[in-house]
Ligand binder design. Structure first.
Ligand code: AMP
Ligand code: MG
Length: 345
């Protein structure tokens, strides 16, 4: 892919937001801040522009994109079925980090849905994203602005570390507030189904709409997972480079020993060890770079991806991560950590 100059734009300057809108209108790729993570945006109704997203990220074309709109009516216009449940959820959680998967309108290009009959939609709550969407008056397809399978970006610097020279601009809006991706909920005639745990915990959805089924729909006859239900939810995802293992606090020292032995077999020199602790109970093991995040799920989520990138930047090739508490508030974090620790497929 050809190298381009990536402009650094400041989301607090109106002229820079206008510049981002101009680049997007011309079919360009601009990374934008949202309240979840930075998104790599292109005009959702321009198939060529959308293809550029897949090329820049190295994303498999089978992994569909979330479409971002300025308001509920613009989102609704991109669907062919909008049940009362969608109005209830959008009314309660938009603008905000909830993506609703609904039957698509004809206008949505196949590139956005990965050929499927549904589209994921959300109205983001970041002031810079909202200003840009308002100015554009058009929907933006925007997956996380990282190289495919890498850790999602929560600062403009993270975006540049992955995509400098591959996109037209990054619009800096500071550190993302949630720091973890949106909750993805599918609505169809069978009822609501959680496809991805995310920034809004399941219990908050259930308080509004009652029980929510988990995971991709099963085909009643073949018992196989329907391909179109939750594409892109690959096992390994959100992963830093290096060996990574999850364990409970007291096991951190022995896991570091095991990882060290495994890494030594493949590396010429002894591996650098990294540790990510949760809360303040587990003591710091010696001989490792130790990062500690608080035992509060909201704050932990905000800084998780920065911590994973910091361990990677420090060239830690063997990383032990302390398991997070049980409970629905930690579901999305546990999901991301499990995926990050999964072996490459
Ligand atoms: P990302 O924006 O990179 O965090 O990824 C978006 C994720 O949303 C995808 O990996 C899918 O899991 C989910 N998604 C997007 N569109 C759809 C859709 N039409 N049906 C089901 N899941 C979707
Ligand atoms: Mg992503």
């Amino acid at each position: 892919m050809s190298t381009r100059k990536t402009e650094r734009l400041d989301g607090s300057i109106a002229a820079d937001v206008e510049r981002a809108a101009r680049l997007l209108r011309a079919g360009g790729l601009v990374a934008i801040p949202t309240e979840t993570v930075y998104g790599l945006a292109a005009l959702a109704l321009d198939p060529l522009a959308v293809r550029g997203i897949y090329a820049a990220k190295g994303r498999p074309s089978s992994n569909p994109l979330i479409v971002h709109t300025h308001d509920l009516e613009s989102a609704r216009a991109l669907t062919s079925w909008w049940p009362p449940l969608a109005s209830a959820l959008a009314g309660a959680f938009w603008p905000g980090p909830l993506s609703l998967v609904l039957p698509r309108a004809e206008t949505i290009p196949d590139e956005v849905t990965a050929g499927g009959q549904t589209v994921a939609l959300r109205v983001p709550d970041h002031p810079v994203a909202r200003a840009l969407l308002k100015q554009l008056g058009a929907p933006l397809a925007a997956p996380s602005a990282n190289r495919s399978e890498h850790v999602s970006p929560t600062t403009a610097e993270h975006v540049l570390a992955d995509l400098d020279g591959r996109i037209d601009a990054v619009l800096d809006g500071g550190q993302c507030g949630f720091g973890i991706e949106s909750t993805v909920l599918q609505l169809d005639r069978a009822g609501p189904r959680l496809l991805r745990a995310g920034a809004i915990p399941r219990d908050r959805l259930e308080a509004l709409i009652g029980p929510v089924a988990l995971g991709a729909a099963q085909d009643r006859f073949s018992k196989s997972v329907l391909v179109s239900a939750s594409p892109g939810q690959h096992q390994r995802h959100y992963a830093p480079a290096g060996l990574l293992r999850l364990c409970v606090g007291p096991e951190v020292p022995s896991v570091l020993c095991d990882l060290s032995a495994i890494a030594q077999e493949t590396l010429a020199e002894p591996p650098k060890l990294g540790v990510l602790l949760c809360g303040d109970e587990t003591p710091e093991p010696a001989g490792a770079l130790v990062l500690r995040l608080p035992g509060d799920a909201v704050v932990y989520a905000r800084f998780l991806y920065s911590a994973l990138r910091a361990l990677e930047d420090a060239e830690c090739s063997a990383i032990a991560i302390e398991e997070v508490p049980v409970g629905v508030a930690w579901d999305a974090i546990r999901d991301r950590l499990t995926r990050a620790a999964a072996q490459p497929s």
